[in-house]
Design a protein around this ligand. Structure first.
Ligand SMILES: Cc1cc2nc3c(=O)[nH]c(=O)nc-3n(C[C@H](O)[C@H](O)[C@H](O)COP(=O)(O)O)c2cc1C
Length: 322
């Protein structure tokens, strides 16, 4: 894949792991990175909570040198606290700050943040300017194509963002009203890329070479951002790299490889959070690892009750045979 430059930062390719709250913690980001992701994102954190000095929020931004470059995502609806939060994030060692302009969930909308901001160009402009001016590291945005189908606000928002000094826009090509399901609007995404003065990354429904290619074929699409398609399926990064560089399709990761990732993830999680918390954290991703196995629901239930790594590995051995 082409190497993408975000401000002064050159990535090893143009493949990114999407930010996902409750999912893209340090262990999962490291797995994505060691399997070829060019850029990984933290979970989103509240700018206000950071400014208030909330320790739990700061912990979500803990990064490791081996995952660099890493982008930290913040959300908020107020320019002052977003600027202050950006300084804190920079001080914590992030390489890139990403601003969430795409989250449609009620709690975020209530804070006047996320996708809600797409309807207020003036406020977006104020927030982006405040963040860019507060830090030296590159600032990016993650947006939706629009709030409701038929309303493509992305071209205008990207123009505003570029004018404010934003270095890249990732576009989740579903409308905010769709949540995380349904087909991405490829035509609207194409319009967002056309004439964009900053690199545009595609996001939404990328799970393999075919779903990646339909975006990469669009003129002006500079990068791919993968969310759920990468959870428990980290080989997707190297597979896409090989596909777009050499035109070859690698074999899909088989059961043995996926179980190996599952086991490693649980171990990393237990080491990072300690027991039982590390195993409890695995419950959010368990479904992605076991969904294709026979008796997936039963196996998932068992994993969801484990408190120790020893119990976890015993279930792996007894029920999956690895
Ligand atoms: C569980 C979950 C948590 C998410 N959290 C965030 C988040 O913190 N910030 C963000 O910008 N998007 C978040 N998203 C949206 C993803 O980044 C991505 O845009 C979405 O999943 C579509 O990509 P996909 O179809 O490849 O999964 C989240 C999605 C999921 C499923």
């Amino acid at each position: 894949m082409k190497k993408l430059k975000i401000g002064k930062i050159e990535l090893q390719n143009n493949l990114m792991l999407a930010p996902m709250a409750g999912i893209t913690d340090l262990p999962l980001r490291l797995l994505a990175k060691e399997n070829g992701a060019g850029l990984v994102y933290t979970e989103m954190v509240s700018a206000k909570a950071l400014v208030y000095g909330d320790d739990k929020t700061k912990r979500l931004l803990k990064t490791d040198s081996s995952e660099r470059p890493v982008a930290a995502q913040i959300f908020g609806g107020d320019a002052h606290s977003m600027g202050e939060a950006a300084k804190i994030v920079q001080g914590l060692g992030a390489d890139i700050i990403d601003i969430n302009l795409g989250c449609p969930v009620r709690k975020i909308a209530k804070a006047g943040a996320g996708a809600k901001l797409l309807a207020d160009e003036k406020l977006i402009s104020k927030i982006l300017t405040a963040v860019v001016k507060s830090v030296e590291i590159p600032v990016t945005v993650k947006i939706r194509i629009g709030l409701v189908p038929g309303q493509n606000v992305a071209p205008e928002i990207i123009k505003i963002a570029a004018g404010c000094g934003i270095k890249m826009a990732a576009v989740h090509a579903r409308y905010a009203s769709q949540g995380h399901s349904g087909e991405p609007d490829l035509q609207a995404f194409g319009e967002a890329c056309r004439g964009a003065q900053i690199p545009v990354a595609a996001n939404g429904g990328i799970v393999d070479e075919m779903t990646a290619e339909r975006f990469m074929k669009i003129p002006g699409c500079s990068a791919l951002m993968i969310g759920r398609g990468a959870i428990g399926n980290y080989g997707i990064f190297s597979a896409l790299d090989v596909f777009f560089n050499r035109g070859e399709k690698l074999a899909k990761a088989g059961k043995a490889e996926r179980v190996k990732w599952f086991k490693k993830h649980a171990q990393m999680s237990a080491e990072y959070y300690g027991e039982p918390r590390g195993l409890v954290m695995m419950r959010k991703v368990c479904h992605y690892y076991v969904k294709d196995l026979p008796n997936a629901a039963k196996i998932r239930d068992m994993f969801n009750k484990t408190q120790t790594l020893q119990e976890f590995n015993k279930i792996l051995k007894n029920y999956i045979g690895i």
